[in-house]
Ligand binder design. Structure first.
Ligand code: COA
Length: 279
């Protein structure tokens, strides 16, 4: 039974499905996931990562949800998406426990990145360490004007453990990634936009509405093609150009065998909106 069913099902297309460190609310096909640990600027504890993993797995299996927005609680004393992994918790970890912690974060963010449902990070303040890594695991990043993003692990004598050393260079290039990783210095939302770390920047009040609106737009696109695009981009980036082209052709063929492809092209020719079935 999902959390959703636990709480008595959906209520008019908008329902809160869990409470605690990770809040999930579904509105018009979009799951709004809120990191909710305001007294610690939404720092990601192991418990919170576990809750996020469960919430994302639940969303993955929920046919009512077609897109995801992730943001930080607005109840923090200073605007925060997430101020990183929980340092107070990690200080007690052995090396082996640190490795397990890294694996938990990586598993959690991998489920998000590989999901067929597009995800948008609404970065509403500090996105440091694990917070920046979570934003980078989303498919699209929007940021508030005052947001700061960075990987300050080096200042603690550690390195990123939730995929940051791999996703950051893929997004901004090796030189800029090394500059950020080796200095630990954060970048402003404007700079993050300039280097390709975030897609768009909004005044704070407009951030969440813009992210929700964009998520709704993506939710309305052809599901089979949406999944194939994520697959082509992510898996293609890991292999050589020739193999990636072959992968694209295979996925093109796979999508071509779906009902949606006939519907999409027919709808275009008949000058009407397409009705996607996801088959
Ligand atoms: N882990 C654990 N607790 C954290 C945290 C983290 N990553 N980030 C913030 N907090 C806690 C603080 O310890 C503080 O708790 P307290 O009130 O019980 O003392 C609370 O959140 C508020 O943070 P505070 O430092 O008082 O706020 P600030 O406005 O002075 O500074 C930051 C904000 C984000 C600059 C600062 O909290 C910071 O540097 N955090 C760590 C960032 C980091 O290194 N992240 C990577 C971790 S791998």
């Amino acid at each position: 039974m999902t959390d959703h069913e636990h709480e008595g099902g959906c209520c008019g297309g908008s329902c809160a499905r869990s409470e605690g460190l990770v809040l999930v609310e579904v509105k018009e096909g979009v799951a709004l996931v809120t990191l909710n640990r305001p007294d610690k600027l939404n720092a990601l504890s192991a418990e919170m990562l576990g809750d996020l993993f469960v919430a994302l797995a639940d969303i993955d299996g929920d046919d009512e949800v077609a897109a995801i927005v992730i943001t930080g609680s607005t109840n923090c004393k200073r605007p925060s998406f997430a101020a990183g992994a929980d340092i107070a918790e990690m200080v007690e970890f052995s090396g082996l426990e640190m490795r397990e912690h890294a694996r938990l974060g990586q598993r959690t963010f991998a489920i998000l990145e590989s999901m067929s449902k597009p995800s948008i990070a609404a970065v509403n303040g500090f996105a440091f360490g694990g917070g920046c890594e979570l934003a980078m695991a989303c498919h699209v990043r929007f940021a508030a004007e005052g947001a700061l993003l960075g990987q300050p692990e080096i200042n603690l004598g550690i390195i990123p453990g939730f995929g940051g050393s791999q996703r950051l260079p893929r997004l901004v290039g090796q030189g800029r990634a090394l500059e950020m990783l080796l200095s630990g210095d954060p970048v402003s939302a404007t700079e993050a936009h300039r280097i390709g770390l975030v897609n768009k920047v909004f005044p704070t009040a407009e951030l969440l509405p813009a992210a929700m609106e964009f998520a709704k737009k993506l939710a309305g696109k052809a599901p089979v093609a949406r999944h194939a695009i994520v697959d082509a981009v992510l898996r293609g980036a890991e292999i050589g150009a020739d193999k990636a082209q072959a992968l694209e052709a295979d996925l093109f063929g796979l999508v071509g065998s779906s009902d949606d492809v006939k519907e999409g092209m027919k709808a275009y020719l008949e000058k009407r909106a397409a009705h996607w079935t996801g088959r």
